[in-house]
Design a protein around this ligand. Structure first.
Ligand code: ZN
Length: 275
């Protein structure tokens, strides 16, 4: 990888509001330009994540998605527009992001993420951002990120509720909270569940912010904390997360040594149990 050593005059102008920040500066902006971030899903969460990371100058964005744009996506997925209906989301995303920032390289992975390809795809990036809308992908991404040693910026949404956390290998993972997926049928399916239009913008912006902080090495990311958002009351609270020594993935006696393909189903896990 060639490291960005000097910003071009155009980059200095474009990123001037970053460069004048003491926490970013020229060096921070060069780190952003050198960063490679993988976004799982070009849907509700993946859209604002991708747009803000492209605008911020994350140099390489990978996007995994194999869906095509549907009319019902347009209520919240800001990467896609009416003219994109029927097009692969990856292509629509690449075009939108190129119009926002032509200096960003957007790599499309137009395939379902599976136990067969997850490690190989994730290995090409520094950070993974989860915009998966189903449990199969959520667990697969958690496991593959941990086994690859990559930080995972997690997020999920349902109805008026949102969650976000950052899982850094060795400091807890999604399975520390929810060791196994709930059985299919217990949670609403993708088609049955609703989500408020602007909510992915809220949670996705938080994920983008956390990703930028990780690249810059600034502040305190949501490591060891789960952010819970109730958009109906507009209350935010964080609960502490600890690595669970009994976690089947990152605990003291790991029982999961390879990736698992679960049956695809959707929903947001209940968080009452973690108080
Ligand atoms: Zn764990």
């Amino acid at each position: 990888m060639t490291q960005t050593t000097v910003l071009t005059p155009e980059q200095v102008k474009r990123y001037s509001r970053h460069i004048i920040m003491p926490q970013v500066g020229s060096k921070g902006q060069r780190n952003l330009l050198d960063a490679k971030v993988l976004i799982i899903g070009a849907g509700g969460l993946g859209s604002p994540v991708a747009v803000y990371l492209a605008l911020a100058g994350i140099g390489t964005l990978g996007i995994v998605d194999f869906d095509v744009v549907e009319m019902s996506n347009l209520q919240r997925q800001i990467l896609h527009r009416e003219g994109d209906i029927g097009r692969p989301k990856v292509l629509s995303a690449q075009q939108t992001l190129a119009e926002y920032n032509s200096g960003v390289k957007v790599v499309g992975h137009e395939e379902p993420l599976t136990s067969q390809n997850a490690m190989e795809i994730i290995s090409q990036y520094d950070i993974v951002v989860n915009g998966a809308d189903n449990f199969a992908a959520r667990y697969l991404v958690n496991d593959a990120s941990y086994l690859s040693g990559k930080p995972l910026v997690d997020g999920s949404i349902l109805l008026f509720d949102g969650q976000a956390s950052v899982f850094v290998p060795g400091k807890g993972c999604y399975r520390c909270l929810f060791p196994t997926p709930p059985p299919p049928g217990v949670v609403p399916s993708c088609a049955e569940a609703g989500v408020l239009g602007a909510l992915p913008g809220l949670v996705g912006s938080i994920q983008a912010t956390e990703t930028i902080k990780l690249v810059l090495g600034q502040g305190e990311p949501l490591v060891g904390r789960l952010l819970l958002i109730d958009a109906l009351s507009m209350e935010f609270r964080t609960v502490k997360l600890r690595r669970n020594p009994q976690c089947p993935l990152c605990g003291d006696d790991r029982t999961i040594n390879e990736l698992i393909d679960y049956e695809v189903f959707c929903g947001l896990p209940a968080v009452a149990a973690v108080g």
